[in-house]
Write a protein that binds this ligand. Structure first.
Ligand code: FAD
Length: 357
């Protein structure tokens, strides 16, 4: 019977991606509801010593596939290794990051296994409805016999993702095939606090590769040395919307961000207007962020924007329209003109800094 939640690790040069840690965190939550285990999958060359990191981030066990053929990500050998692993272990759920690698690997594996894949999920949940209905209707307290009498679709994974150009959120279930597979957007799920020294099993799976498995020749690996700002890593984001009036006003928001040790970000309106680069866009078609503080300045709070920032720990919104939707998700709302409030804020922060340094 299909069992357990498998998280496919993404690694480059032996460094495990943040999204893998987020998926392990989410998987521990889902596994508790299913009463199943979290299994990490680590593929690469000389990578085994990284298994402990996955255990400390939530995995109960890690399956390692090591081979020089897996040193760099290449579609064919990775697909072969993972397909074999899934056929042997028969997982219930398999999760990937919705990254360039995850988006390449997951559909190929799903096609070979003949199962479904929900791509680019922003929410995962276990459907317990049928299970609870059954429990209500039955008098037995013997959970093992309950499990046996329930079908395999009674505790399915509900995978939610934006659909139809982001105009609806679709919840998709894969009721008839296993494993249930999803790619999940980076930055959406929460990693758990690492548990140093946590014990877990590490198992090796051998996959035989031949020259026919490598249809790509890597001649050179060129690292991108350009230091792009990653707004998903920022603790504080000072975000500007159309209400800031011009591209130039980001300079003022940058001052606030510098004073708070953060970065500037944006709504899509300003990216479309060419006021700021796309990599700083927050929202459904931009990045999903969850900083400690998100300051929305002159942002109306369209659903597509809120989808990317509503998990922020604290939201402060400045908007001159007191009915703006952004106030519905704000912890602190300031009704007023950005151009009046921001200079006052800069002044107050500079004063505070001067007095406390
Ligand atoms: C498929 C799809 C995907 C999308 N993806 C995204 C996405 O990823 N991210 C995103 O942000 N949007 C996205 N959008 C666009 C989204 O629907 C909104 O159009 C956009 O978020 C609006 O940006 P805004 O809030 O900056 O501008 P507006 O909606 O124009 O709001 C400007 C706000 O500023 C206020 N304001 C004006 N002047 C001042 C002032 N001087 N002081 C204070 N407040 C002032 C106004 O009251 C208003 O509330 C998407 C849309 C679609 C259809």
């Amino acid at each position: 019977m299909s069992k357990d939640l498998y998280v496919i690790a993404e690694q480059r040069d032996g460094e495990i991606a943040k999204v893998t840690m987020e998926l392990l965190g989410e998987a521990t939550k889902l596994a508790a509801e299913l009463d199943e285990k979290v299994i990490g999958v680590l593929m690469g060359d000389k990578i085994k010593d990284k298994a402990q990191e996955m255990i400390e981030a939530g995995a109960d066990k890690v399956v390692v596939v090591e081979d020089p053929m897996l040193a760099e990500y290449v579609t064919e050998p990775y697909t072969k290794a993972l397909t074999k692993l899934i056929k042997e272990y028969d997982p219930n759920i398999v999760l990937f990051g919705a990254t360039a690698i995850g988006r390449d690997l997951a559909p190929r594996v799903a096609a070979r296994i003949h199962t479904g894949l929900t791509a680019d999920c922003t929410h995962l949940d276990i459907d317990m409805e049928k299970y609870f209905e059954f429990l209500k209707a039955t008098s037995t307290a013997d959970t093992e016999s309950i499990e046996k009498r329930l079908g395999m679709d009674d505790k399915t994974l509900k995978m939610t993702r934006p659909a139809f150009g982001g105009n609806v959120m679709a919840t998709i279930r894969c009721a008839d095939h296993r494993p249930q597979m999803a790619t999940v957007r980076p930055g959406v799920m929460k990693k758990i606090d690492p548990q140093p020294g946590k014990k877990g099993e590490v198992e090796e799976l051998k996959v035989e590769f031949g020259p026919e498995d490598m249809n790509v020749k890597i001649k050179e690996v060129v690292r991108d040395t350009k230091k792009a700002v990653d707004i998903t890593e920022a603790k504080v984001l000072v975000s500007g919307g159309r209400g800031i009036g011009s591209a130039d006003y980001y300079k003022e928001l940058q001052k606030v961000a510098d004073l708070l040790g953060g970065e500037i970000s944006s709504s899509r309106a300003n990216v479309d207007a060419g006021w700021i680069e796309k990599s700083r866009q927050v929202g459904q078609t931009g990045k999903t962020v969850r900083p400690e503080l998100y300051m929305a300045c002159g942002i109306s709070g369209a659903i597509q924007h809120i989808a990317g920032m509503e998990s922020s720990e604290c939201v402060i919104a400045i908007n001159k329209n007191d009915t703006a939707a952004i106030f519905d998700v704000a912890d602190l709302g300031i009704v007023g003109d950005v151009k009046v409030i921001i200079p006052k804020l800069i002044e107050a922060l500079e004063k505070y800094k001067a007095e406390n340094n």
